[in-house]
Design a protein around this ligand. Structure first.
Ligand SMILES: [Zn+2]
Ligand SMILES: [Zn+2]
Length: 102
């Protein structure tokens, strides 16, 4: 189950569970859309993978207790800001490769 982390790891922008602005990699490294585009160039600084929009967990109990009331979003902030120069060096060879071929 996704943790639904509460904020962008780079800029700390709040990313509540219903945010359309949250992006995650396959390890659930979590950033806002602006940081993924402008700072990360769609390369995760922790694994090198690409990002996708984070799915929204329903706030209502439509079926079988599968909703935020039973499985709330994480409140544990992970703040691991990226050094743009370090990330540029790390991501330069990865960036041109589409995520499905990395
Ligand atoms: Zn951000
Ligand atoms: Zn990652």
């Amino acid at each position: 189950m996704l943790e639904l982390r509460p904020a962008c790891e780079h800029c700390s922008k709040p990313l509540p569970p219903a945010s359309l602005d949250a992006r995650i990699c396959s390890y659930e490294c979590t950033f806002c859309a602006a940081c993924v585009e402008t700072v990360l160039a769609n390369v995760c600084p922790n694994c090198g993978g690409g990002f996708v929009p984070r799915p929204i967990r329903p706030s209502k109990n439509w079926k079988g207790d599968n909703y935020l009331g039973k499985d709330p979003a994480s409140t544990k902030v992970k703040h691991r800001p990226v050094d743009p120069a370090v990330h540029a060096a790390f991501s330069s060879a990865i960036r041109p490769i589409p995520p499905e071929k990395r």
